[in-house]
Design a binder for this molecule. Structure first.
Ligand SMILES: [Zn+2]
Length: 73
């Protein structure tokens, strides 16, 4: 499910989160992107999860929203 080893590595280290929004129980989601990939950032209480559309390392599209947009073309 990972586009590149770099992304996988950061998910394993906990800097990035991969999974459904419903499984996030130690923080809040900071934006409204329809994705299963988040940047996990320590905040005052717990974490902020920042949804991302693209892999920050290899640039591939990650989010459901973008996949859907691609299909409609
Ligand atoms: Zn990648």
């Amino acid at each position: 499910m990972f586009c590149c080893d770099e992304l996988r590595g950061w998910v394993e280290q906990g800097a990035l989160y991969y999974g459904t929004k419903q499984r996030i129980d130690d923080g809040r989601i900071a934006n409204e992107i329809d994705t299963e990939y988040f940047i996990r950032s320590a905040s005052g209480r717990g974490y902020s999860y920042i949804g991302i559309n693209y892999c920050p390392f290899c640039g591939r599209a990650l989010s459901h929203g973008l996949w859907m947009a691609e299909k409609k073309k």
